[in-house]
Ligand binder design. Sequence first.
Ligand code: HEC
Length: 109
Amino acid sequence: MISVSGLVMGLAGCRSLPPSKPSSEWTPQEARGAVVYQAKCARCHYPTTTHPLNGPGLQAITKVKAMPSGMPPTDERLTAVILSGRNMMPATRLNDDQLQDLLAYLRTL
Ligand code: HEC
């Protein structure tokens, strides 16, 4: 269903995206993932918009059909991008707990 505000935003050229989960509702795992994000990702990616910093903004990155590259935002694809990097994005070293926490956080965006 297209809401009126979504239609207006669409006409204005902005994509209307589902809202992020507020930090007051994060699970402990999502909160740990936010810490990982701040340490490893925030210098290049805004979490609250799709506007680019060094890389694309990641709001709703797990809710879109396709990421900027065209790849679907599955856990497998996200894991590959995070651990191996992509073009100008460097690989990030994370242990499995950090990776799972980060993926949980990305799903809140
Ligand atoms: C040094 C800057 C930098 C850091 C740090 C960084 N990224 Fe990126 N990221 C980029 C750039 C640049 C791109 C665009 C890559 C391309 O050409 O497709 C990107 C792309 C992405 C994409 C989109 C991939 C696609 O298929 O379109 C995701 C998701 C992403 N980054 C997540 C992360 C996460 C999560 C972290 C933290 C672990 C992170 N990035 C850390 C620069 C960075």
